[in-house]
Design a protein around this ligand. Structure first.
Ligand SMILES: Nc1nc2c(c(=O)[nH]1)N[C@H]1C(S)=C(S)[C@@H](COP(=O)(O)O)O[C@H]1N2
Ligand SMILES: [Mo]
Length: 176
């Protein structure tokens, strides 16, 4: 975000910056923000993802256009379980309502991808997509969580250093 787009008054911004130790600022930058059409938006560290939800394991192979096949073992909570906690605004009893929702997942470098809620919903695709807390036995606390999409053949949606997830609906297409 550029300075000119900040909405804080300058005096308050200066005061907050002066008071915040460098470590706190960096730790805050590593929080993954889950926002959008949710009743309980969340801001989570990798430690939160590890402690608050049941951990699953996924041994995966995905292909990178540049580097060929990659083999990794990930641990982390199901994306579905974490987003459930944030309470999407859909009527959970209505499958049609749930099927309208999308998620965007964005990495710290701006690389982002789209998922549909139906991919991870047990009544539809039921894909065991993870928000990884560890890769190959090493914690991701320093770099941030990584999206793990075991059913994808290629690696483009394995977003690393996740900074944000947005959940919501898009406007219906205009009638022709
Ligand atoms: N944040 C972010 N995540 C990313 C990418 C990226 O450019 N930025 N590239 C993707 C692609 S194309 C691949 S193949 C995998 C690479 O995973 P690797 O680090 O195991 O090689 O990361 C994915 N995740
Ligand atoms: Mo890739």
């Amino acid at each position: 975000m550029t300075r000119t787009s900040r909405i804080d008054p300058p005096s308050r911004t200066t005061a907050v910056r002066a008071a915040a130790p460098e470590d706190a600022v960096r730790a805050d930058a590593r929080r993954l923000v889950i926002r959008g059409q949710l009743r309980r938006p969340l801001a989570l560290t990798v430690a939160d993802l590890r402690e608050r939800w049941r951990q699953h394991r996924a041994a995966v192979v995905f292909d990178c256009a540049k580097n060929g096949p990659r083999h990794h073992t990930f641990h982390g909570p199901l994306l579905r379980d974490v987003i459930d906690t944030a309470e999407p605004t859909f009527d959970a009893r209505r499958r049609k309502d749930r099927s309208r929702y999308l998620l965007t997942v964005t990495g710290g470098d701006g690389h982002h991808t789209v998922l549909s809620w139906a991919e991870i919903d047990p009544d539809f695709g039921d894909a065991p997509i993870l928000l990884a807390t560890a890769m190959d036995g090493r914690g991701l606390d320093g770099t941030g969580s990584q999206l793990v999409v075991p059913s994808d053949r290629c690696g483009a949606r394995y977003i690393s250093a996740i900074s944000g997830i947005w959940v919501g609906t898009c406007a219906p297409p205009e009638r022709p």
